[in-house]
Design a protein around this ligand. Structure first.
Ligand code: B3K
Ligand code: ZN
Length: 847
């Protein structure tokens, strides 16, 4: 398949009014009968009928209006089936096909496959073509009627159930949808069930389907679903539109979850939770992803994407909505900080290297390679900027207009922006650059103070990214507030709208010189640089009224401590002392301030400043700073550790989780000086997985986790999700010099079921997450990872390609590491039969 270009978009030359599928399920030889009601779009311009579908489809029959076409008019290649125009009626006709497929052999988990005896599907982006011949593109939307035949007790598909008897179930989805939203599930499953009454009074049956025995871990997912349904009604006025909503948990899944119409399929790690097996972070993720997939029903399903270049139309918006949801349910300040941390860790990193691309790319070879932090997280940031620029009321009007105007459409970014233009009268031509241009702008701020007038001068610049050498200025909303010398806010937040490369803004009639609180709420995904002394940063950490900016002041202090040495470190240590004693601050906020920037983040910062990160030095500096903090504040920390216990039975609510997060942050610091004593005790007494895992990570770091690992294995050896954590923590938290050896060792275990994406990610993702371990100077991390990418690519190209991003930062390291990383990548590139997925990733990385 050649490179796909946005500019080449053409509508499909046929209209499809209904799809009828009839599947007889079997591990091998599943029979798929498809009937497609078609009509030429323009009967006067006859066109060949080209259907997607590759060599995996064993074609058994093909008819047009019941007649087999002349075989001379039917051709097949590796990717599609073509029926010549000459063989097609000019009027509406029905195409029927019958194919056989083998779900059991499907290790790529795309299309129809088996996961632990459960038949399930994953069709986004282009999986449906592995089930039957079809126009597998998101702008071809139609109603589906599905018949499933199997002896398995539970048979599910999209839409509403029509009948279910004697091993035959029929489903009807009257909402037109593209093929990527098709799904079926067949298996021995049990449901946790509930009901939801919509605001217009319709009764919806809700089910979370799991394997027998897992019901007691599905309750939180159900609660989260009900909250999501209520929230989307309250905040966006969006009601659910079928009689049933089904969620199914499966163990083998390439990503987190999938928003198939009325039948969301989930990675079991994002459904199953109990206090003894899931951490607070797991609970928060489950709540957010259940919401995300549910919210797609409107932003993704009712309004879908015209083509895959528009992916961020549904993903950016749905991430933005799930972020709002979590902010409303939990702490908005904490959620914003967490989201910025994710953005920096994943998206800034991506933007800085060879894989940089805009939220709306204009070319790809393999679309599955573009489900990225840029499309998702930056896509959400762009919507946040838009909302900030137009204001909350106009945002709400624009969204109402979007739903009214485009319901039932396959839409584009242009449609989305037009809605905002029409709702607000603004011209968004310039703003659109955020969608089309890659790279993270660097925003420099300079201050001038004269006669009671404060002048802020901003200059923006963006480094070239692959294929985009020149970077014109963008529209940047810069939220600014002013803090007086006594710590009071003297000017509330004002949004400066920067449109030029360099621009000046003034604040007048000020008494004393204020301290500027800039980029409040992280109002734009940029890297802000400003000359600020540590004392002023410490002042902001103590007094800023904007929680994000307050946290950011601490972050900057920490980074300066980590990259500039002793004196800077003392300023940070003092400031942290003040914060620790601030009883008024939310414990979760204090925990976030107390957690040092990760090694990856430090490396990204150094690279942005033009220096070469040294992974071992970064690791050492970070450990050293943590130790100094612990020594300086031993009493305060010990007091907090004892105070932040959570009485009573475990509850995953935000307030309890906040206290645990502070206690855990403190534990990490104290472990630098107590030899791991507290962690040892905590591991033994804790009854919840949050504290046990936190303690375990500390013990692994200190090289004294042996007994604890044995305990956990004995207790949870048969629980895949817990064992994934068990694998991951040993590699991720290992002392860098040991990380590869530990990974190598774990990979020989019988329960290293590497074809399971979660298990593979636990081990290889764990290593990639151990910055100094992965970048070991001898190249062992690169070689080990490359070996496994090669192996995985033959089984599951999506997972291999995704994991290859472990290498995406390679150009920023020293020549020796660069040479070793490049050699590993070239070894992969040289492989015969490499998938399109991995080939595209690797060639972009070594371009
Ligand atoms: N839309 C899916 C992702 C599909 C990924 C395909 N490789 C999940 C989500 O974003 O909600
Ligand atoms: Zn999504």
């Amino acid at each position: 398949q050649p490179v796909q270009h946005l500019a080449d978009y053409r509508p499909w030359p046929f209209l499809l009014s209904e799809t009828r599928l009839d599947l007889t399920l079997a591990a091998r030889g599943t029979i798929v009968r498809a009937a497609l009601d078609l009509a030429p779009r323009d009967p006067d311009a006859p066109s060949d009928l080209v259907l997607d579908g590759g060599a995996g489809l064993q074609l058994r029959a093909l008819t047009i209006d019941g007649q087999a076409p002349d075989p001379a008019h039917v051709t097949r290649d590796d990717e599609r089936l073509t029926i010549a125009a000459a063989a097609l009626p000019r009027a509406p006709f029905t195409l029927e096909t019958e194919v056989a497929i083998d779900p059991e052999d499907n290790t790529a988990f795309e299309g129809l496959y088996l996961s632990g005896g459960i038949f399930c599907t994953q069709c986004e982006a282009e999986g449906f073509r592995h089930i039957t011949f079809y126009p597998d593109r998101p702008d071809v939307m139609t109603v589906f009627r599905v018949t499933l035949r199997s002896d398995l007790p539970v048979l599910l598909s999209n839409g509403n159930p029509v009948s279910d008897a004697g091993g035959v179930a029929e489903w009807h989805d009257h909402w037109p949808k593209p093929s990527y939203l098709f799904a079926l599930v067949a298996g021995d499953l049990v449901a946790v069930s509930d009901r939801f009454t919509t605001r217009s009074g319709r009764e919806i049956a809700l089910n979370v389907w799991v394997r027998p025995g897992d019901q007691d871990r599905a309750g939180f997912a159900m609660e989260s679903l009900i909250k999501s349904m209520r929230w989307d009604e309250d905040v966006y006025g969006r009601e659910y539109d079928l009689d049933v909503f089904n969620i199914v948990a499966v163990d083998d899944f390439n990503m987190g979850a999938m928003e198939n119409k009325g039948l969301n399929i989930f990675n079991s790690k994002l459904v199953l939770a109990s206090p003894d097996t899931a951490t607070d972070t797991d609970y928060e993720r489950i709540e957010a992803v259940i919401a995300h997939e549910y919210f797609h029903n409107w932003t993704g399903n009712r309004i879908t994407c015209r083509d895959w270049f528009q992916l961020c139309l549904k993903e950016g918006l749905t991430v933005f909505r799930d972020q709002q949801f979590t902010s409303d349910l939990r702490s908005a300040a904490v959620k914003r900080i967490e989201d910025v941390q994710t953005l920096r860790a994943l998206q800034f990193r991506e933007d800085q290297g060879p894989l940089a691309h805009p939220p709306r790319p204009d070319r790809y070879e393999e679309i599955n390679n573009f489900y990225t932090a840029t499309v998702y997280e930056k896509g959400a940031e762009v919507i946040g900027m838009l909302k900030r620029l137009v204001g909350d009321a106009a945002y709400a009007r624009a969204l109402d207009l979007y739903f009214a105007r485009h319901d039932g459409d396959a839409a584009t970014i242009e449609d989305w922006l037009k809605v905002f233009e029409d709702a607000t009268g603004r011209d968004l031509t310039h703003f659109k650059r955020w969608y089309t241009d890659a790279g993270t702008p660097v925003l420099e701020m300079a201050e001038d103070w004269q006669d009671g007038i404060l002048t802020l001068t901003f200059a923006q610049s963006t480094k070239p990214t692959p294929g985009q050498p020149d970077k014109p200025a963008r529209v940047i909303p810069i939220a600014v507030g002013l803090i007086g010398p006594d710590g009071d806010e003297v000017a509330p937040t004002r949004v400066l709208e920067m449109t030029e490369a360099r621009q000046t803004f003034t604040f007048e009639a000020l008494g004393a010189r204020p301290v500027v609180s800039a980029l409040r709420g992280f109002s734009a995904p940029v890297m802000l640089t400003r000359q600020l002394d540590d004392a002023t940063r410490a002042f902001l950490l103590a007094h800023d009224t904007d929680p994000f900016a307050r946290w950011e002041a601490g972050r900057e202090l920490a980074l300066s401590a980590l990259t500039r040495g002793d004196e800077a470190a003392q300023a940070y240590i003092d400031a942290i002392g003040a914060l620790l004693g601030d009883e008024a601050a939310d414990p979760a906020f204090r925990a976030l301030c107390l957690t040092l920037p990760g090694e990856e983040e430090i490396a990204t910062r150094l690279a942005a400043q033009g220096s070469t990160p040294d992974p071992d030095a970064i690791h050492a500096a970070r450990g050293d700073l943590a130790r100094r903090i612990a020594l300086a504040h031993q009493d305060l920390l010990t007091g907090l550790y004892d105070a932040m216990t959570v009485p009573g039975a475990y509850s995953p609510d935000a307030a309890s989780a906040a206290r645990r997060s502070l206690r855990i942050a403190v534990l990490g610091l104290l472990a630098r000086i107590d030899g791991g004593e507290r962690a040892q005790i905590l591991f033994g007494v804790a009854s919840n997985m949050t504290e046990r895992m936190a303690a375990l990570a500390v013990l692994v770091r200190l090289g004294r986790a042996g007994p604890a690992l044995k305990v956990l294995e004995a207790e949870f050896g048969d629980n895949r999700l817990v064992m994934d954590k068990w694998f991951a923590v040993q590699v991720m938290a290992a002392p860098p010099g040991r990380a590869v050896a530990v990974a190598r060792d774990l990979a020989t275990r019988r329960d290293f079921d590497w074809k399971n994406p979660n298990r593979f990610r636990a081990l290889l993702g764990g290593l990639a997450g151990n910055h100094a371990g992965f970048h070991a100077a001898d190249g062992a991390g690169y070689d080990f990872t490359a070996d496994w990418l090669i192996r995985m690519d033959a089984a599951n190209p999506q997972i291999a390609a995704r994991m290859s991003t472990a290498f995406e930062t390679w150009p920023r390291y020293n020549p020796d590491r660069r040479a070793r990383a490049r050699a590993a990548l070239e070894r992969i590139a040289a492989l015969e039969g490499l998938s399109r997925n991995t080939r595209e990733m690797v060639s972009r990385m070594i371009a």
